[in-house]
Design a protein around this ligand. Structure first.
Ligand SMILES: Cc1cc2nc3c(=O)[nH]c(=O)nc-3n(C[C@H](O)[C@H](O)[C@H](O)COP(=O)(O)O)c2cc1C
Ligand code: SF4
Length: 462
């Protein structure tokens, strides 16, 4: 329905994540072929030729990152799969960890062979339970089958893997913070240079890729770099796992070929806004990407160039749909509370700026805002841009600037009338259109919320 599939190529059942079933689908045959017939640099060449962009949020070309690793330099190299998946609205790596853990492991083995890695890591977010258990069980199965450890499949290649569980910090998904966390220190991002591919984990050359980026490596080797490039668009080869949630009729994880019409995806494949309502806007790629209004969605195709031309991005593939009737002031309050809570506090603009922004939006929602608060939020967002160690300072600013630019009237109304024009509503209530419009909850009607306090408890003063 949403184009070619590279990852979601099999029906999910209660046992489809097991090694026996993965092997029955041809799993680990690519690893065997690579180890017996390809040299490490040939694998890297195919990854570079594929043009695959990182799926963790920054869309950095994986081939360029891998190309920095010098083979036979006498140093240990490390590979880390980033399974932190902390960006709100994003839960697509979770699909791989739960349903295709062996695809990730096979791809990591191929990648480790290409990069001369003896020890690989998966950094997995602390809150993940089933994904962790599935991955840990898959690692055990793989060791028992001789797919990790010494002389894998009777070749000269040896590789071990460690799963490292995080402790629930958003910033530990940032690559340099992830490394310091694995080293047992506080998960603080650090300045570059040196790049992590030059001096990373334990001061050694390290490649960090997102779970989905790495999981594509088996397909890249199978199809060849040029074959992979034929899928998707010229500038965005391949597919993207998109997790879609919020006020949407059919939430879930979908594999979307780059170049697919965005409106078709939202309205046809995912059924449009919840309960037959209207889409107000979407967050296309995790809350750090700018919102797109319903009108802006229309001409966009789901790929980096088209989303960027529309003023947003693919980000981490976490799409959130926001229905008409949602209060954007309250929505921004939820986002700023998150950023403030997650700032690691190293950089003054982020540490102080997040606190200021959070306090300003709280003040507006409490009905005590001043008109200048809107411009103050804009000024702080702009001051953060490019002045912090990691991308989080910028991200909170993008989210704020995007929402204010498109929904400034809602902020002005809130400040002037000391209450939300939309009842401070974050939930969509399904039921009769009359019930939904009045905001009343029909008996037995379902509702879907962004989280935060219940609607009737918020929304400024009556
Ligand atoms: C605050 C912050 C949080 C991040 N969280 C994640 C994450 O949970 N998962 C992820 O893959 N990348 C995350 N990233 C991006 C990583 O720093 C890095 O770019 C990515 O893991 C590289 O993989 P890729 O090139 O395959 O995308 C985050 C970045 C920042 C600034
Ligand atoms: S931008 Fe924020 S989260 Fe990132 S290093 Fe600085 S203080 Fe920490």
């Amino acid at each position: 329905m949403t184009g070619t599939k590279l990852i979601m190529t099999f029906p999910v059942t209660a046992t489809s994540h097991l090694l026996s079933e993965y092997r029955a689908r041809g799993g680990y045959a690519t690893l065997e072929r690579v180890l017996r017939t390809m040299r490490p640099e040939e694998v890297t060449k195919e990854v570079a030729a594929s043009g695959i962009l990182g799926h963790g949020g920054a869309a950095f070309p994986a081939g360029r990152k891998w190309g920095v690793i010098k083979l036979n330099d006498g140093q240990p190299h490390f590979l880390c799969a980033n399974a932190d998946e902390g960006e709100p609205g994003t839960f697509k790596d979770r699909w791989i960890l739960e349903n295709a853990p062996h695809l990730l492991l096979e791809s990591m083995l191929i990648s480790s062979y290409a990069l001369q890695v003896r020890n690989a890591f998966v950094y997995i977010r602390g809150e993940f339970d089933l994904p962790y258990r599935r991955l840990a069980a898959a690692v055990e199965e793989a060791y028992a089958a001789g797919l990790f450890g010494e002389r894998i499949l009777g070749t000269d290649f040896s590789c071990d893997i460690v799963i490292y569980r995080g402790a629930g910090s958003y910033v530990c998904g940032e690559a340099s913070a992830l490394i310091t966390s694995i080293e047992g220190k506080k998960g603080y991002p650090r300045n570059r240079p040196p790049r992590l591919t030059v001096r990373g984990l334990y001061q050694q050359p390290t490649v960090i890729n997102n779970v989905e980026t790495l999981s594509n490596v088996a397909a890249i080797v199978n199809l060849g770099g040029e074959g992979f490039r034929k899928i998707g668009t010229a500038k965005s080869p391949g597919t993207q796992l998109v997790s879609i949630s919020g006020h949407i009729e059919r939430p879930g994880v979908y594999e979307v070929e780059y170049g697919y019409p965005l409106a078709k995806f939202i309205y046809e494949d995912c059924g449009g806004a919840l309960g037959g309502g209207k889409v107000k806007c979407i967050v296309p790629g995790g809350i750090s990407t700018k919102v797109l209004t319903a009108a802006e969605i229309e001409p966009v195709t789901y790929d980096h160039a088209s989303l960027s031309a529309a003023g947003s991005g693919v980000g981490s593939g976490g799409m959130v749909v926001i229905a008409e009737g949602t209060c954007m002031v309250r929505l921004l309050q939820v986002l700023l509370r998150f950023y403030h809570h997650e700032s690691c506090g190293q950089c003054t603009p982020c540490r102080e700026g997040m606190g200021w922004m959070h306090r300003i939006i709280d003040r507006i929602v409490a009905g005590e805002g001043k008109m200048d608060d809107i411009d103050q939020l804009i000024r702080i967002s702009k001051a953060n841009d490019g002045t912090t160690i990691c991308g989080m300072g910028d991200a909170a600013g993008y989210a704020t600037l995007g929402i204010i630019a498109k929904y400034r009237d809602e902020f002005e109304y809130f400040i002037e009338h000391k209450r939300s024009r939309l009842g401070g509503r974050l939930e969509v209530v399904t039921g009769s259109p009359t019930d939904a419009a009045s905001g009343a909850r029909p008996p037995g009607g379902a509702s879907h919320s962004w989280g935060g306090p219940a609607n009737d408890l918020v929304g400024g003063r009556p």
